[in-house]
Write a protein that binds this ligand. Structure first.
Ligand code: SF4
Length: 351
């Protein structure tokens, strides 16, 4: 593997100040760098106009500014933009920009590939390559900000990979996204989505960060869930529910339960009843997701009437339920699909 070129993206303010001091520069240069990296992102060192030309020249010689590079962008009719980004070792990741009336959300990847092997996921089908660094996670946001001309209001860790399996980089990225000297995005505007990695859920709960934890549940009995999510064979539903209750107790935050509806598999009324039983007493919001069928066509989406019936049944049991609005369906916005297509074609590595 090619050694990773050094980039300042992913360094905290303190680290940037220390870095500048090691170059015999005043520590406020670190503050200036943080501004250009996270507040008013720029595409080149030359645009960092309040940094002396001498320092800019040295930066250009000794490091790269951005660890990610946009390879291709697909734009949906609804304005959703899906990005394929390459890394220094030619690995590919995906990120998505979702503009809505009241928010601008960026969905980022946390790993190249994923070990979790969920059967409904194009990323899981390809296996795991490596963790992303905090800089590579943050640079997805920066590349999108440079492309669309604004820093997003919300960030969701729901792209490729299991974020809690890359805990250190995740936490550092969250710190920089949230910091006043960083992106300055409110902690409540951040969502971390997990397939149910219990040690990570417990650890995140202990941080008491106040972000939203989303858990991909997708089935309310162990036998079914283990068939589509191998993680369930390690951490079963009883244990997961205990961890979620613990998370709510530690943070005071309601959790989001993601439930992807798959026709004939988990969309029957008895499935809704089992789900209601399982979630009884848990402070949660249920997000029903009409599944985006992957190429293998293993799972199909239920008809809209069936989805609404499922929602009504849960609501009758007093649960808060919404149906996720489709975004970017015409550009296959589900993670892993664009990468899969790109890899099927011969592209020259450009790093
Ligand atoms: S759904 Fe998430 S956790 Fe499961 S394989 Fe895909 S990326 Fe990994």
């Amino acid at each position: 593997m090619r050694p990773m070129p050094f980039s300042l993206v992913g360094l905290t303010l303190q680290e940037l100040q220390n870095f500048m001091q090691r170059w015999n520069e005043p520590s406020y240069r670190g503050d200036q760098l943080a501004g250009w990296l996270y507040k008013t992102p720029v595409a080149s060192f030359d645009e960092m106009t309040n940094i002396s030309i001498r320092v800019r020249e040295r930066l250009k010689q000794e490091m790269i500014l951005h660890p990610c590079k946009i390879e291709t962008i697909r734009v949906s009719q609804d304005g959703t933009r899906k990005y394929l980004l390459s890394l220094h070792d030619s690995e590919l990741i995906e990120a998505v920009f979702i503009p809505e009336e009241d928010r601008r959300t960026v969905c980022v990847s946390s790993q190249v590939g994923c070990k979790m092997g969920c059967t409904f996921c194009a990323t899981g089908a390809k296996g795991f390559y490596r963790n992303l660094t905090a800089g590579e996670i943050l640079d997805q946001i920066l590349q999108i900000a440079l492309d669309v001309g604004e820093v997003p209001s919300n960030v969701v860790f729901m792209g490729m990979g299991e974020p809690l399996a890359n805990y250190g980089a995740l936490l550092k990225a969250i710190q920089i996204i949230n910091a006043p000297w960083g992106f300055n995005i409110g902690i409540r505007q951040l969502t971390v989505s997990t397939c149910g990695l219990i040690p990570g859920i417990q650890r995140l709960g202990r941080e008491k960060l106040g972000l939203t934890l989303a858990v991909s549940l997708h089935a309310a009995d162990d036998e079914k869930r283990s068939r589509i999510m191998p993680i369930n064979r390690v951490y079963g539903l009883d244990e997961l529910m205990v961890a979620l209750r613990g998370y709510v107790a530690m943070t005071g935050r309601r959790v989001t339960v993601e439930y992807a509806l798959m026709a004939g598999f988990n969309d029957k009324m008895e499935d809704a009843a089992a789900l209601a039983r399982l979630l009884k007493g848990l402070l949660c919001h249920i997000n029903l997701i009409p599944i985006n069928p992957i190429r293998a066509g293993l799972h199909q989406r239920p008809r809209p009437a069936e989805i609404e019936k499922f929602q009504a049944m849960l609501q009758r049991d007093g649960l808060t339920v919404s149906i996720r609005k489709e975004r970017g369906e015409d550009i296959e916005a589900a993670c892993g699909q664009l990468k899969g297509e790109w890899e099927g074609v011969d592209h020259e590595a450009s790093w």
